[in-house]
Design a protein around this ligand. Structure first.
Ligand SMILES: CC(C)(COP(=O)(O)OP(=O)(O)OC[C@H]1O[C@@H](n2cnc3c(N)ncnc32)[C@H](O)[C@@H]1OP(=O)(O)O)[C@@H](O)C(=O)NCCC(=O)NCCS
Length: 153
């Protein structure tokens, strides 16, 4: 498995993976209505249009995108999604390490993120601490999330 910066031609695969993971993995922690609202705002252009506001990486295995992550240029971690068939194989750990290293290089001392219910325990294992519970607005639905932070050393 290789990790590299995302390219324009990856965005179709990234958007597809994002939708599949939400449908197959996050769906155990959110209601059908929440999942539908979440899915409705995912499209290739959303990724393309935010490309110059973030740093984004893909994990690739046999030319297939099996995960992606990104962080904003303001130091906030945006997202980390692994293909449903590659969960639990260490891809998420490698991607988050890549993003943290990038944030450190940019001079950030702390990383904050909004964790899904699904990913909270994973982030805890990576050294993040829950600061508070929150709600993330997605269209007209509110999704339960956890604001988590980690000091980057
Ligand atoms: C959360 C997610 C990114 C983790 O990626 P992953 O590649 O499956 O995680 P890894 O294989 O690198 O796991 C690293 C460690 O965390 C643990 N872990 C991973 N997910 C976990 C979970 N949901 N609950 C408890 N532990 C978890 C693993 O067991 C592993 O432990 P170990 O180091 O003791 O072996 C992935 O499951 C995912 O895409 N989830 C759905 C999308 C999502 O909610 N993303 C977060 C958006 S904020």
């Amino acid at each position: 498995m290789k990790i590299r910066l995302a390219k324009d031609e990856d965005y179709v695969a990234i958007a597809r993976l994002f939708r599949q993971t939400i449908r197959n993995v996050n769906s155990k922690d959110y209601t059908e209505e929440q999942i539908r609202a979440w899915l409705s705002r995912i499209n290739t252009n959303r990724f393309r249009n935010s490309a110059d506001k973030c740093k984004r990486w893909v994990a690739v295995e046999d030319d297939k995108v099996v995960g992606f992550c990104d962080h904003g240029l303001n130091g906030e971690f945006w997202g980390l999604y692994i293909h449903k068939d590659y969960i639990g194989k260490g891809v998420g750990s490698r991607l988050i390490k890549t993003a943290e290293d990038s944030l450190k290089k940019l001079g950030f001392k702390e990383c904050s993120l909004k964790a899904t219910i699904t990913a909270k325990e994973f982030y805890k294992k990576q050294g993040y601490k829950v600061v508070k519970k929150g709600l993330h607005n997605v269209n007209d639905k509110k999704l339960e999330i956890f604001v988590m932070t980690k000091i980057l050393s």
